[in-house]
Write a new protein. Structure first.
Length: 103
C-alpha cells in the first residue's frame, strides 16, 4: 500500500494538536481527520476516532502493523513540516509586501 497524497487541512497554533490531515492511499482510499500532535518533546499522529457511549474513544481506522504505522507517521509529520515552512514563508512575504506598500 502506497501513500499517494497528504493534505494538511488545518493548522493550530495553540495546544498540543498542530494540524488535521487527510491521507490518500493507492489513489483509491482517503482517510480524513488524522491529527498531528506535539507533546512530550516529540511529534506523533492520532488516528480518527469516535466516542463510545461509555466516554472512551475507539479508532475508526488504524494501521495493522508497526512498520506501516511508522511509515505513515513519518510521511504525515514530514508533510506537516514542509507545509508549515511554506505557509510561514508565504505569511512573511505577505507581511513584507504590506510593509513595502505602506511607504
Amino acid at each position: 500500500m502506497q501513500i499517494t497524497d497528504i493534505k494538511i487541512r488545518k493548522f493550530f497554533d495553540e495546544g498540543p494538536m498542530k494540524a488535521v490531515v487527510s491521507v490518500t492511499l493507492d489513489d483509491a482510499l482517503a482517510v480524513h481527520d488524522i491529527k498531528v500532535i506535539y507533546a512530550r518533546e516529540r511529534y506523533f499522529i492520532v488516528m480518527p476516532s469516535r466516542k463510545n457511549p461509555d466516554g472512551s474513544f475507539r479508532d475508526i481506522v488504524h494501521p495493522i502493523n508497526a512498520q506501516f504505522r511508522a511509515e505513515l507517521e513519518q510521511a504525515v509529520i514530514d508533510a506537516y513540516h514542509v507545509q508549515l515552512v511554506a505557509t510561514q514563508a508565504e505569511e512573511n512575504r505577505d507581511a513584507s509586501d504590506h510593509t513595502a506598500l505602506a511607504y
